[in-house]
Design a protein around this ligand. Sequence first.
Ligand SMILES: [Cu+2]
Length: 154
Amino acid sequence: MAVRRSIIAGCAAVVLALGAAASVHAQAGRVVAITGTDAMKYSVATIDAKPGEKLTVKLTGQGAIPKVAMAHNFVLLAAKTDANAFAQAGAMSRPTDFIPPAMKDKVLAATKLAGNGETVEVTFDAPKEPGVYTFICTFPGHFAAGMKGTLTVK
Ligand SMILES: [Cu+2]
């Protein structure tokens, strides 16, 4: 009985492992590679997507300034979100990677912070509703310096 149970458990583990590998591959979606620099700009500021399209944004920090003073993230905001208010509230939220806890419901997708030489990524489904969605870097001062872009769903 114990032997039979372990064989069944073993088979289940293999099936689970195969399933996980297959779904990781399927979940990557279209990759959008973006670089964030010390100039506080995204190398890609406009992204087009189909409604509901699966996307993986990979953001790489590139520069010479230490992470504590210069890091970047990619935060996609829900339609009609006040990006300026979000960035200002975010600037005071270092423990949550500058994403304001009170406005968390406005976040459609977000990466962690990438310092110089680091790459962070997030996989998400583009909104189903056609429109123009704003993405911003919430590191203090970066949105004000122009670190923003748009995801156009059409
Ligand atoms: Cu930034």
